[in-house]
Each structure stands twice: as structure tokens, then as C-alpha cells.
Design a protein around this ligand. Structure first.
Ligand code: NAD
Length: 346
């Protein structure tokens, strides 16, 4: 398909451009408000493309069939809606939006457009993520779990849009929570969230340390804004009685960076720690732990393949805006709970 990318900063350069080319889609247009980034991205594409400083001009190009949105969080809803209205299919970076109203408006715009809008959940699409889903579906109910992404020091784009609430929607909860909460809920069979409780903290605005490769995203801004949390802890209840503990930090005095999902089921337990999976079960009178030899990479590339296969009717869709709305409801309710000190019903 003929594809345009809006926003050619960190994630577009790291995955979207190269992965789109490697799966045989045709990049025909790039858009960014920063001309230098546009120039660098065109070089990375390796062939001439139409370039735009204004996304409205790009969306007016009838040749473009699908649009990837890789801009800061607060633009996801307006850009997705504009692209759908212009008759394009949309693959939008996570998080879906920075408010429940925006997520609902995206869902509504998708319904009215007859086009497809998917928000990226790359962790579902790694070989390990796909293996764990098959395992979870075959091994009964997973009724309780924990998930998180704790960084010791790994604040992205300090002072820039990532740490500015009106542009990001929040700190590590919205930035990293989308990844691991989604994977946990997906493996649990997508139960509906019904209540949440949470606390958030902001303690490291003055720290200049970084020991996480993941803090490379976003441009730093000296003397910029830092009005989001750097740690969020919480608890989610689901309609089927299941529960999930969560913790997400950009900066925290913990031993090491850890990205994890742990799920407890009657028949088995699932552990995923820093990309390495382990399955725990009882067999022939003994506890057994198994380590699947799967890979934790290519999440974006496989997510893109899924999106284009869905558009071509070759694959059943697994990324829905209903799930996206539920995710944003969870995140926003945790922020509300942190403010009020009370559990919030969804
Ligand atoms: N799925 C993942 O693993 C993953 C990883 C990193 C980032 N992301 C998401 O990708 C998005 C971008 O993050 P990033 O790290 O690439 O940020 P970034 O700041 O490096 O890049 C954003 C780009 O968007 C451009 N931009 C801003 N407003 C624009 C507009 N109105 N029109 C056109 N261009 C505009 C900026 O100039 C910049 O080049 C964020 O939503 C982030 O959450 C996802």
C-alpha cells in the first residue's frame, strides 16, 4: 500500500521507516513540523518522497492509502480523526490518546469512516508475545497478575513533551503502562476493567542521571516542564474477578531496570522478565518450569504486518478501539485515584 508517516522523530526513525520498507509497503510521503528531521528521514527512506510540514496538506494527497502517526501523544486523537476523515487507514503509535473523550472520539470517527484505525501494541507481536498468547489460550483462566516497567533512571526527553502533562497525558504510567498492562490483559483474555486504585509520585525532576537506553526517546529541553509523575503504582479489578497489580517508573531507587508480566492461572503461571519467558506448571507430581526459546524482537514489524494483512482481509484483527478505550479509561482512572486517594469505578 502507499503509506505516509506523520512525525519522523525517534520511533519513526527506529522502526517505522525501516520496518515498512522491509515488509514491502511503499513509503510515498513524510510529514514533520521540523524540516531537519524531515530531511534526515527522507535520506533514511532512500528514495524521493513527498515531504510536508503541515499534515493537512499531506492528508489531501489522494494517492496515500494508509497513515502512520508517530507524533507526541496529544496529537494522536486529532491527527487520527483527520486522517480517517480524509479516507485513510490509520496506524497510530501508543498511547491511543491522552483522555477518555479523545479515545471515544477516535472510536466514533473510525466507525463513521469505514476505514481501519489501530493503535500500536508492539509487545503482542514479538515471537514471545505470540507464543505466550497461544499458551495462555490453551491453559485455562489466568485470574491474577502483576506487571510493570521499572527504570532506575530513564526519563525520556526531559523538559520536552514527554514530561509536559498537557502534551503527554502523564509520565511512565501512560508511556510504559500501555505496553505491559495491555500485554497482561491480552494474555488474560481481555477481561473488562471495572475498578482501579493508584498512587503517583514525582521525585526525580532534578536528577540528571540516565542508565536506560530507553531514555533516548524525545528531545530534551533545558529549563523545560516536568509536571508528570516519575512513578505510578496501582491495582486493577476486572469483571471476571481477576486482578492486576501494576508499577511503572522512569526513575526509582530500585536495583535494576525490569520489564515484566507475571500471571497466575490454575493450570500454569506465565513469567516474562526483560523479554525472557518462563512457564510454571505441575506435571507428574512435580513442579516444572519451562523456558520457550522464542525471541523478544520485531514487535513493531510484526504489528505492521498484522495491520496490512487486516486491511487486505488476510488476517483477523486483534487490535480494536474498544480495547484502546478501556486502556485509556484505566490509565485516566488511576490518575484520578492518585488525586482523590480513593478507588475509582469505571
Ligand atoms: N511503541 C513503542 O515502543 C514506542 C516507543 C517510543 C515512542 N513511542 C510513541 O511514539 C510517539 C512519538 O515518540 P518519539 O519518541 O518518536 O517522539 P519524538 O519527539 O522523537 O518525535 C516526534 C516527532 O513528531 C514531530 N511532530 C510534533 N508535532 C507534529 C505535528 N503536528 N505534525 C507533524 N509532526 C509533528 C516532532 O517534530 C518530532 O519529530 C509517542 O506517542 C510515543 O509514545 C512508541
Amino acid at each position: 500500500m502507499k503509506v505516509g508517516i506523520i512525525g519522523v522523530g525517534g520511533i519513526a526513525r527506529l522502526t517505522h521507516i525501516s520496518d515498512l520498507l522491509s515488509i514491502g509497503q511503499e513509503i510515498v510521503a513524510l510529514c514533520d513540523i521540523n524540516p531537519k528531521k524531515l530531511e534526515d528521514a527522507e535520506e533514511l527512506v532512500g528514495h524521493p518522497v513527498n515531504t510536508y510540514l503541515d499534515y493537512n496538506e499531506m492528508l489531501a494527497d489522494e494517492e496515500i492509502e494508509a497513515v502512520h502517526i508517530c507524533t507526541p501523544n496529544y496529537t494522536h486523537a486529532p491527527l487520527s480523526i483527520a486522517a480517517l476523515k480524509a479516507g485513510k487507514h490509520v496506524l497510530c503509535e501508543k498511547p491511543d490518546s491522552i483522555s477518555v473523550e479523545d479515545a471515544l472520539a477516535m472510536q466514533q470517527a473510525e466507525r463513521e469512516s469505514g476505514k481501519v484505525l489501530c493503535c500500536i501494541r508492539n509487545n503482542r507481536f514479538t515471537p514471545t508475545g505470540k507464543f505466550l498468547k497461544k499458551f495462555a489460550d490453551k491453559n485455562g483462566t489466568f485470574y491474577a497478575g502483576r506487571c510493570g516497567w521499572q527504570r532506575v533512571r530513564g526519563i525520556p526527553g526531559k523538559g520536552g513533551w514527554f514530561t509536559t502533562k498537557e502534551k503527554s497525558g502523564g509520565g511512565p504510567l501512560i508511556d510504559l503502562g500501555v505496553h505491559m498492562i495491555d500485554l497482561a490483559i491480552y494474555l488474560m483474555g481481555n477481561p473488562t476493567p471495572v475498578a482501579v486504585s493508584g498512587c503517583t509520585y514525582t521525585k526525580f525532576t532534578d536528577s540528571e542521571l540516565s542508565n536506560s537506553v530507553h531514555s533516548m526517546f524525545g528531545d530534551r529541553q533545558e529549563n523545560g516542564t516536568f509536571d508528570v509523575e516519575d512513578l505510578a503504582m496501582g491495582f486493577i479489578r476486572f469483571d471476571n474477578g481477576a486482578c492486576l497489580q501494576i508499577e511503572f517508573s522512569w526513575a526509582s531507587n530500585v536495583e535494576e531496570e525490569l520489564v515484566y508480566v507475571e500471571l497466575r492461572g490454575e493450570k500454569a503461571g506465565i513469567y516474562l522478565r526483560n523479554g525472557v519467558a518462563k512457564l510454571i506448571t505441575e506435571q507428574d507430581g512435580a513442579m516444572v518450569s519451562m523456558h520457550p526459546e522464542t525471541d523478544g524482537g520485531d514487535g513493531h514489524k510484526n504489528c505492521f504486518k498484522h495491520f496490512y494483512n487486516v486491511l487486505q482481509g488476510k488476517e483477523e484483527r486483534i487490535l480494536t478501539m474498544e480495547q484502546g478505550v478501556n486502556m485509556i479509561k484505566i490509565l485516566m482512572a488511576i490518575y484520578e485515584s492518585a488525586k482523590t486517594g480513593k478507588e475509582v469505578l469505571l
